[in-house]
Design a binder for this molecule. Structure first.
Ligand SMILES: *Cc1c(COP(=O)(O)O)cnc(C)c1O
Length: 418
């Protein structure tokens, strides 16, 4: 692709300013890669681990070893990672249904959870479809206060339940801002909440929606005491290699309970054929710290360039990150469309396609999306979307390689200047 002098110069200027931050990102990637490779070594990963199974998938050694590696890398006692999990929403559903029982209280302490969880919890959608609410699970939400946990309100909720004779069963934290207008929580901040919750109600399970956060820091929330973390393999931890899937990691009992919802009570993790997917998942974890670093650099570059072009961006280019999402407030429907069309044009797959806004099921406004990915819907690959409403914010993330991410960002910038 040919870029104008203005955009080429701006990208160069951005890279000069970002050099120290890029060096820090490389260091995080190095430390996480070292952690992954230590786990591979410790568990003696061999070519036979990539062998496939069919049917019940009994005694699938590659699968079982990868579970233990995943636990080590996440700083957890146990974990499972499966291609059978269709997306992050299902992984979260498995975790929540694994822990919650009729009459229990789930308390979301970082505000509204991700959109797709609303029907799972039963705060949206039709009653009778089998949501947690249908099974008598109660739900309470505590919003963040000035982008921080509202400890007073959390203590009140924990104590109220203890007065009723049982702990809040699940305290739920979404690490990433997702598509909300708030800051992403850091692992340190999550650790602070875990300690606080455990000091009042030690039996409460702290569950973290870890989507988009993996490998952006050198520790994951389990390392600071979270009981369960959950994520998708077509985001950070699949490294752009996993074809599909999800994971759950955490303390041994919590993961065991989730495993009974993954398959069935009694079967747990002893079944599940890998039908040739194991190698991609190993390779994905091997790449994940590096790939996440590429996506982070792409986000920083975009923040710098679009801010210089006069747009409001969040986070700012100089801010450290705990997820890979970047927003650009485009301010008009036309500019939002151009942004997404520019990203699409700068993608390796379907670059010739022109994305248009459309009425997606489940959304109140029309949405425009750009996704020129090898794996359908993979948002560790450069991808963008925006609801067609004020202030016409583009949410984007990913970039399998910094070089290709940079081309996508320059292409978007060029499209908006035209
Ligand atoms: C992506 C995501 C999910 C799960 O979404 P899926 O599309 O089902 O994978 C949940 N929470 C957050 C914060 C996410 O970013």
């Amino acid at each position: 692709m040919q870029f104008s002098q203005k955009i080429t110069d701006l990208a160069r200027e951005a890279e000069r300013a970002l050099a120290p931050i890029f060096a820090e990102i490389d260091e995080v990637s190095y430390q996480n890669t070292n952690k992954v490779m230590d786990a591979f070594r410790e568990h003696r990963v061999a070519a036979t681990n990539f062998d496939t199974t069919s049917g019940y998938g009994y005694d699938d050694r590659g699968r079982d070893v990868l579970d233990r590696i995943w636990a080590d890398v996440m700083g957890a006692e146990a974990a499972f990672v499966r291609h059978q999990i269709v997306n992050g929403t299902q992984a979260l559903t498995i975790g929540l249904f694994g822990l919650l029982r009729p009459g229990d209280l789930m308390c979301s302490i970082a505000g509204k959870p991700y959109d797709t969880l609303e029907e799972v919890i039963g705060i949206a959608g039709e009653p009778g479809n089998g949501s947690l609410a249908d099974f008598g699970v109660r739900y309470k939400q505590i919003d963040l206060k000035d982008d921080a946990f509202d400890f007073e309100a959390i203590a009140e909720a924990l104590n109220a339940e203890l007065t009723l004779g049982k702990p809040v069963k699940v305290a739920f934290i979404q690490r990433s801002k997702g598509y909300l207008n708030r800051k992403t929580l850091t692992v340190d901040e999550i650790g602070g909440a875990v300690s606080f919750i455990k000091s009042i109600s030690p039996e409460t399970y702290v569950v973290v929606d870890n989507c988009y956060g993996e490998f952006t820091e050198t520790r994951e929330p389990c390392a600071v005491g979270a009981d369960m973390i959950i994520g998708s393999l077509i985001k950070n931890p699949g490294g752009g290699m996993a074809e599909t899937g999800g994971y759950i990691a955490g303390n041994a009992r919590a993961v065991e309970l989730a495993s009974y919802r993954l398959t069935s009570v009694g079967c747990g993790l002893e079944v599940g054929a890998t039908i040739g997917q194991t190698k991609n998942m190993y390779k994905g974890l091997f790449y994940a710290p590096h790939t996440t670093a590429q996506a982070l650099k792409t986000a920083h570059l975009a923040a710098y360039m679009f801010e210089a072009l006069g747009f409001n961006v969040e986070p700012k280019w100089s801010e450290r990150r705990s997820d890979i999402i970047q927003t650009v407030i485009t301010g008009s429907p036309d500019l939002l469309c151009r942004f997404c069309q520019g990203i699409q044009k700068g993608s390796p797959v379907d670059s010739f396609v022109t994305p248009m806004p459309w009425a997606m099921p489940g959304y109140t406004n029309e949405v425009i999306m750009a996704a020129g990915a090898f794996t359908q819907g993979a948002s560790i690959e450069l991808s963008a979307d925006g609801p067609m409403r004020e202030p016409y914010t583009a949410f984007f993330q990913g970039g399998l390689t910094y070089e290709s991410g940079k081309i996508g960002i320059m292409s978007a910038a060029e499209a908006m200047l035209e």
